[in-house]
Write a protein that binds this ligand. Structure first.
Ligand SMILES: CC(C)(COP(=O)(O)OP(=O)(O)OC[C@H]1O[C@@H](n2cnc3c(N)ncnc32)[C@H](O)[C@@H]1OP(=O)(O)O)[C@@H](O)C(=O)NCCC(=O)NCCS
Length: 155
């Protein structure tokens, strides 16, 4: 796996990242986007965690949105995105590792996610990180695309 770009680091997002988070969302996803209001709410929530990979000290290289449910031992990775110019350099893998660590820290026994069945780059990343395919959901996304559901056991 290629190293994360020199000087990059992963940290929890702050409200000062809001503009860049929304801009990255727009560039990364064509449907099922999180709105600015949703990002603002998730930045200030006990049941959400947004992680960002940043350059030195900016710009934002990538982000991950993670949800927890009260009394559930399963974390949910809702979204993972790397800025197009920074892809293929390990940013996604670094964010994913940080997401797994955050879930462990929170005491989760598993981490789940859904991914479009045609998203080869993301599927490869998840499978290399030890996620296993546990289901298929037809017309899961707003644009009618199907999803695979993946899970990684954290025991
Ligand atoms: C999926 C995504 C987050 C990966 O981020 P990234 O920073 O490029 O990830 P990494 O550099 O850590 O790893 C990418 C891996 O995918 C591989 N890859 C890239 N494009 C690929 C493709 N079309 N098919 C298969 N593998 C591909 C790379 O070679 C690399 O593999 P390696 O680790 O063996 O070298 C990024 O492509 C992205 O933001 N896509 C748009 C948003 C998205 O689809 N998010 C996931 C669904 S929530």
């Amino acid at each position: 796996m290629p190293p994360v770009p020199a000087g990059a680091r992963v940290r929890r997002a702050a409200s000062s990242d809001l503009d860049e988070l929304v801009a990255l969302e727009q560039r990364s996803f064509s449907s099922d986007r999180l709105s600015r209001a949703q990002y603002r709410r998730h930045l200030d929530s006990d049941t959400a965690m947004i992680l960002v990979a940043t350059g030195h000290p900016r710009p934002l290289l990538g982000s991950a949105v993670l949800f927890f449910r009260k009394r559930s031992g399963v974390g949910r990775l809702y979204s993972l995105a790397t800025r197009p110019e920074a892809r293929g350099q390990g940013v996604g893998a670094a964010l994913l590792e940080a997401v797994v660590n955050a879930c462990r820290h929170r005491g989760c026994r598993a981490l789940r996610l859904e991914v479009r069945t045609d998203n080869a780059a993301a599927i490869g990343l998840y499978e290399r990180a030890g996620f296993q395919r546990i289901g298929r959901y037809e017309r899961y996304y707003q644009d009618g695309a199907d999803a695979w559901r993946y899970e990684k056991s954290l025991d």
